[in-house]
Every structure is written in structure tokens, then in C-alpha cells.
Ligand binder design. Structure first.
Ligand code: NAP
Length: 492
């Protein structure tokens, strides 16, 4: 199967262009070949999106929303198929894939609702017989760049607010996971979205991403991925005076206080640290444990980890799937060695799994380090795999300091039964998302999603906040006095 671009409502054909193999991380088998597009393909897509945008912006927002309701309906109809494809190309276990597809469906309905809101403000004028209001205006053509770990949800967080607000878009999915973009383009087509509103261009970040960011007609770039790439996107976007929205890396922590429900904390840690094989941007990779419960927590974690079954995510009995590719396995192994060299104590895991039914796949054992120094590389750098670093602390103040000591600021969590500690923590934890008595993952689509410091640049995906990325504020003054009234002048 060859995946070609979807531009201006048309599918590209195989014209001898370059392709690269898409592989199932569970077994290394090729599942498709995806086109490696050129800058010319981007130019073509931008031209189509630009031509469609003016007309699209004039479609009343509730009517634009009707397309999203239809997209949501088709996604529901195809939910199982989409989930199976997602697991096959990305590796996450099928239960999680279904959850991710559901997130996309929820976003379709939520953003469709915005078609009847898109609220602006009406405010009193400082002058008599004058009316003042602000409205959200679409920006134009927007470029979306997405990572492989949530190949459908993140794209819906960006594309659905973009189109309900009256923009058209070009989506460049991660080269590792183009299948979901192909599936979504089929859905856009089936839903009858006018040609040019939604365009998918496959290919590398270096070529397609760069061409998109540099194109003068792409006014907004919404990017999710690593902090390293995000910095490059921002630099290039900045040079071209683009509005650039960045959602980047994380090094998220769960704090377990001495008064916590330890069994509940263990469940939260397991789910957050090993779900999606630790490859969520919100994955828990640090556990900040109070001295008085540290030993009990370690023992209970070790016991619970024995029950984690690893294997192909398509098999419903597996709890942990593969990581995305061989490069990722190398990176995780590298950090396990870094941890050992830094003097952290390895309590469980630490190995790649290559024999038997793991052959050909990219599997890594769930791994637990303890006695990790808060300022060590193991505790500071994003690993993006199933590795927990346990750090001991003796007060809430110390826990918060340790949590905030990393360059990232996406998600954090505290397990405690003390309302005073909980409220202090939610105030002082320097992250965009804070959970209380729950792990670091599980964001709901109607709240803003994003982080502080090295995780973001002040924008948010999801929730109403997402509309801020894809709209400009326009302030409108209507003077019905019949004479020239001067504001900002001392009229007294
Ligand atoms: P990545 O390597 O930064 O890639 C992300 C996207 O950027 C891909 O589509 C990639 O294309 C593209 N890209 C690469 N180089 C580019 C360039 N020079 N210009 C423009 N685009 C370029 O990240 P990843 O490995 O896919 O994803 C994992 C990272 O994403 C982790 O750091 C994770 O924390 C982060 N993440 C953050 C959030 C959040 O909301 N904060 C959510 C999910 C993931 P190719 O695939 O062709 O390289």
C-alpha cells in the first residue's frame, strides 16, 4: 500500500516519487510505504489551501461545524478500524488506541459546538451612541506538524479548532505514523469537506516541515514534538514573523507524600509511567517519594510491575506495547547506563527484549531506578520510555523544589490526603497541568493542554484556549451618533 498526499480534495498518484517504509513496531514488518514529498508539493498544497480559505471563512461557523459533526460521526462508525490501524503503526496497546481515537471524536463534537459560540466580547464604549465589540477572525492557511506518539488525537486538537474558526490547513504528520493521517484524509473526503480546506502532505520534517514554515502564505505553525525540534521551528518561524504554537517535551513527576494512599499511588504511577510504553509527553518519569513511605512504595511498585505483560499491542491481554523504533530503544538503553554510572540503584528491568515473540519488535522492560539524585541526568532529561526514577524527599517544600528543578513544565501530580498540602502543591507546582490523587496522564479535551518553561511557548492545545492559536482578535467600533466623536481625547 502506498500513501500519497491529499491536496485540494485529490489523492496524489505514484509518479516515481520517493517513498519510505512504515513499519509495525511490534514486529518490524512493513505495513505501508509513505511518500517523501518535496517543497514543490508543499507549494501546491499551500496554493490549494489559500484558494479555498476565503470561501471557507464565509461559510457560517455553525455550518462549518456541521462538517465536524459529520467527521465525528464517521470516526465513531470507524472507531475500531482506526484503533487497530493506530496500534499497528504506533504500537500502543489497543485499549489505549481506542482511547486516543475517542479523544479525536470528543474533540470533533466539542469543537463543532464552538461553531455556535466562538465568543467575542461586547463592552461599553467610553462615548455615547457608540458600540464596541471584539470578534474572532480566522487567520488564513495554517500548518500543522505532529509527532508519532499520538498520531490522531493531537492532529484533531489542532485541525478541528483551525477549521471551525474558518482557516484551511496543511498537516504534516510524523514520518513514523502516516497511516492515521491517511485514514483521517479519507474521513475528511467522506464528510464532504470542500476541496482545499484539509490537506495532508507526507514527508520529512526537514523538507516538508521547513518548506511549510518558510512559505509566506502559511500564517500559523502549530507544532507538537521534541523541545529540540520545537526550538528550530520557533527560530525559523520567528525569522518569518509567523505565529508559532509549540507543545514540546516533558519530565513529569508524581509526588507521594507520607499520608498518601500508597496502593492508589502505585496504580497511578504504573498507568502514567508505563502506559504507551512511557512515550506520552505527560508520562511519569520521576517519582518523588517521602522518606517515611519510600520503602513501602518501592516494594509495592516492584510487586505490581510483575503483573505487567509486554507484547504486541493488538493482543488485548498485553498491558505494554513496543516503543516506536530501534533508535528509541537505543536511547532508553543509553539512559539506563547513564543512571547506573551516576550511582542510581536499578531495582527492576533495564533490558531490551529480543527473543521469542519479541523478535523483530522494539520492546523494553518496565524499569525502576531508586536513590536517584534529583539533579542527575537520569532525573533531568526526557527519556521517552518505560523508565521510572525514584527520588527521596523529606518535606512537601523539597518535593515541589525537586519537581520544579527540570527545564520542562508539562504535568505533575501529588498523592496526599492533606487538603492543605494539596492546595499548596497545586499553587506551587510549576507545570501547565496538575493532578491530585491521580497520575500525570489523562487530560480531558475541554481543558487547555500544554506546559510551562521548556515545554511550550505560552500557547495551548485543546479547550477554548486552542481557538486563540487559530484566530486573530478584531476590535470593532460602531459610532451611531452621526457626528465625529473622538475617543482617547480629553473631552471634559
Ligand atoms: P520530533 O522528532 O520533534 O518530531 C515531531 C514532528 O516534527 C514530526 O512530524 C517531525 O517530522 C517534525 N520535524 C522534525 N524536524 C523538523 C524540522 N526541522 N522542521 C519542522 N518539523 C520537523 O518529536 P517526536 O519524536 O515525533 O515526538 C516525541 C516528542 O514529542 C517528545 O519530546 C514528547 O514529549 C513530545 N510531545 C509533546 C506533546 C505536548 O503536547 N507537549 C505531546 C506529544 C509529544 P519527522 O517525523 O519527519 O521527523
Amino acid at each position: 500500500m502506498k500513501l500519497n498526499n491529499y491536496i485540494n480534495g485529490q489523492w496524489g498518484t505514484d509518479t516515481g516519487a520517493d517513498y519510505t517504509a512504515v513499519k509495525n513496531p511490534a514486529n518490524g514488518k512493513t505495513i505501508a510505504d509513505v511518500r517523501l514529498s518535496t517543497a514543490d508539493d508543499v507549494t501546491q498544497a499551500v496554493a490549494a489551501a489559500k484558494a479555498a480559505q476565503k470561501k471557507w471563512a464565509r461559510v457560517p461557523a455553525p455550518k462549518r461545524a456541521d462538517y465536524l459533526y459529520e467527521i465525528g460521526r464517521i470516526m465513531i462508525e470507524k472507531k475500531e478500524h482506526l484503533s487497530q490501524v493506530l496500534t499497528k503503526e504506533m504500537g500502543k496497546v489497543i485499549e489505549e488506541a481506542r482511547g486516543e481515537v475517542q479523544e479525536g471524536i470528543d474533540m470533533a463534537y466539542y469543537m463543532a459546538g464552538e461553531g455556535r459560540r466562538l465568543f467575542g466580547e461586547t463592552v461599553p464604549s467610553e462615548l455615547d451612541n457608540k458600540f464596541a465589540m471584539s470578534v474572532r477572525a480566522p487567520i488564513g492557511v495554517v500548518g500543522l506538524i505532529t509527532p508519532w506518539n499520538f498520531p490522531v488525537a493531537i492532529a484533531t486538537w489542532k485541525s478541528f479548532p483551525a477549521i471551525v474558526a474558518g482557516n484551511t490547513f496543511i498537516w504534516k504528520p510524523a514520518t513514523e505514523t502516516p497511516m492515521m493521517a491517511y485514514e483521517m484524509a479519507l474521513i475528511f473526503e467522506e464528510a464532504g469537506l470542500p476541496a482545499g480546506v484539509a490537506n495532508v502532505v507526507f514527508g520529512s520534517g526537514g523538507t516538508v516541515g521547513t518548506a511549510m514554515i518558510e512559505h509566506p502564505d502559511v500564517r500559523v505553525v502549530s507544532f507538537t514534538g521534541s523541545t529540540e525540534t520545537g526550538r528550530r521551528v520557533a527560530e525559523l518561524g520567528g525569522r518569518h514573523l509567523k505565529k508559532v504554537s509549540l507543545e514540546m517535551g516533558g519530565k513529569n513527576a508524581i509526588i507521594v507524600m507520607d499520608d498518601a494512599d500508597i496502593d492508589l499511588a502505585v496504580e497511578g504511577i504504573l498507568w502514567s509511567a508505563f502506559g504507551t510504553a512511557g512515550q506520552r509527553c505527560t508520562a511519569c518519569s520521576r517519582v518523588i517519594a517521602h522518606t517515611d513511605i519510600k520503602q513501602e512504595l518501592e516494594q509495592k511498585l516492584l510487586e505490581a510491575m510483575k503483573g505487567l505483560t509486554i507484547g504486541d499491542g493488538a493482543d488485548e491481554s498485553n498491558k505494554i506495547g513496543p516503543v516506536i523504533n530501534a533508535k528509541s530503544l537505543e536511547k532508553i538503553s543509553y539512559y539506563v547506563n547513564v543512571g547506573k554510572e551516576e550511582g542510581a540503584k536499578l531495582l527492576a528491568g533495564g533490558n531490551t527484549l529480543t527473543e521469542g515473540h519479541y523478535t523483530g519488535g522494539h520492546y523494553f522492560e518496565p524499569t525502576l531506578f531508586t536513590d536517584v539524585a534529583a539533579d542527575s541526568r537520569l532525573a533531568q532529561e526526557e527519556i521517552f520510555g518505560p523508565v521510572i526514577s525514584l527520588i527521596e524527599i523529606s518535606s512537601l517544600e523539597e518535593a515541589i523544589e525537586v519537581n520544579n528543578s527540570v527545564v520542562y513544565g508539562l504535568s505533575s501530580s501529588i498523592f496526599s490526603r492533606d487538603v492543605n498540602k494539596i492546595f499548596q502543591a497545586q499553587r506551587d507546582l510549576d507545570t501547565g497541568i496538575v493532578y491530585v490523587n491521580a497520575g500525570t496522564t489523562g487530560a480531558e479535551i475541554h481543558l487547555p493542554f500544554g506546559g510551562t518553561k521548556g515545554t511550550g511557548n505560552g500557547h495551548r492545545d485543546s479547550g477554548v484556549a486552542a481557538l486563540d492559536v487559530f484566530t486573530e482578535w478584531k476590535s470593532i467600533y460602531v459610532d451611531f451618533s452621526g457626528k465625529l466623536q473622538r475617543a482617547q481625547i480629553d473631552n471634559n
